[in-house]
Ligand binder design. Structure first.
Ligand SMILES: [Zn+2]
Length: 321
């Protein structure tokens, strides 16, 4: 797949890490560069975890990921200053400790595709992290910023400034965003490359499932965006794992601890990285909750199926978030 190159010479697309996050908590000490609030909630754990999933290279500070790189468009890979400032190795934030394999149970699926969309009016960001069910490790990332199709330029500019300006990534959004229809075409090529889906055959993913934080992404937002973009809802979006339902039913937590990503992370005492509501960072943090569940012995199952005829959704769990 080829991409048009963008000129990045002489500017950094991000603000300093010290100023970009509106919310963060409990970074391990080697990563702390700002004053943080520790996660001190002392929750009872129905399954205690001796295995630990935390970023490796603890002597190295956490760095924001290069959002040109995640979209295959970084042209500064030979610039030492750029490489020092921005992370170009996604697996760095998703390490798996060897001890984690002790409690792990076998999975019915080979891969998990962690997806966390951004954009309330139209989709603005489409990040998908591929996690190996056996090794629990990072395999690949598909990430695109998405340009709305039914909005005026003036509305888009205001929308993006409000959404991404506070993270300092509005420039990279404008440099890289493409329409949803093109995003899906590139995503399908990515699925085929990984043998997760067959274009000719249609149907479900091949031994893989999307993992989302809630039902909103695939129950509501993608079908809505497909209508706006005037495309048929693709067959691979018909089922998914709602991590909140899986988390709530596996750990038997209080409902309030499983209603969102931050609550689940606090409940498991997982430190949060990056900027909350930046899709790529949320996806990584959700993937880290998934990794913890796999470490703790959860067998992940699809929790929601869309009925293509009636357009209703059926659920695995009766007791849901
Ligand atoms: Zn880069």
């Amino acid at each position: 797949m080829s991409f048009s190159k963008v000129s990045l010479s002489g500017f950094f697309p991000f603000r300093s890490i010290n100023s970009l996050s509106p919310f963060r908590f409990s970074l391990p000490l080697p990563f702390r560069r700002v004053r943080t609030t520790c996660c001190t909630q002392n929750m009872s754990c129905s399954v205690s975890s001796s295995a630990h999933v935390e970023p490796k290279n603890t002597s190295t500070r956490w760095r924001p990921t290069c959002l040109y790189f995640t979209q295959g468009k970084c042209t500064m890979m030979d610039d030492p200053m750029h490489l020092e400032k921005f992370n170009h190795d996604i697996s760095r934030d998703l390490p798996v400790d060897a001890a984690a394999f002790q409690r792990k149970c076998s999975q019915d699926l080979d891969f998990f595709l962690v997806l966390d969309l951004e954009g309330k009016i139209e989709i603005l960001e489409f990040p998908v992290l591929m996690i190996d069910a056996k090794t629990m490790g990072f395999v690949d990332l598909f990430h695109r910023f998405v340009r709305p199709t039914k909005m005026s330029e003036q509305h888009i500019n205001k929308y993006i400034e409000g959404k991404y300006g506070k993270f300092g990534v509005d420039r990279v959004w404008h440099d890289t965003a493409i329409p949803f229809k093109e995003v899906l075409q590139q995503f399908e090529a990515w699925l085929i490359q990984h043998r997760l889906w067959g274009e000719g055959r249609g149907g479900r993913l091949n031994r893989a499932a999307f993992v989302t934080c809630g039902n909103w992404d695939l129950k509501t937002k993608v079908p809505d965006q497909c209508k706006v973009s005037q495309i048929k809802l693709p067959s691979y979006f018909m089922e998914w794992i709602n991590l909140k339902d899986a988390f709530y039913n596996f750990y038997k937590t209080r409902r309030s601890d499983a209603t969102g990503m931050v609550g689940m992370m606090k409940n498991r005492r997982i430190s949060m990285f990056g900027s909350h509501h930046l899709g790529i960072d949320d996806t990584k943090n959700i993937a880290r909750v998934l990794q913890r569940m796999l470490v703790d012995g959860a067998r992940m199952q699809v929790t929601a199926w869309r009925n293509p005829d009636s357009r209703t959704v059926e659920y695995l769990f009766e007791d849901r978030i």
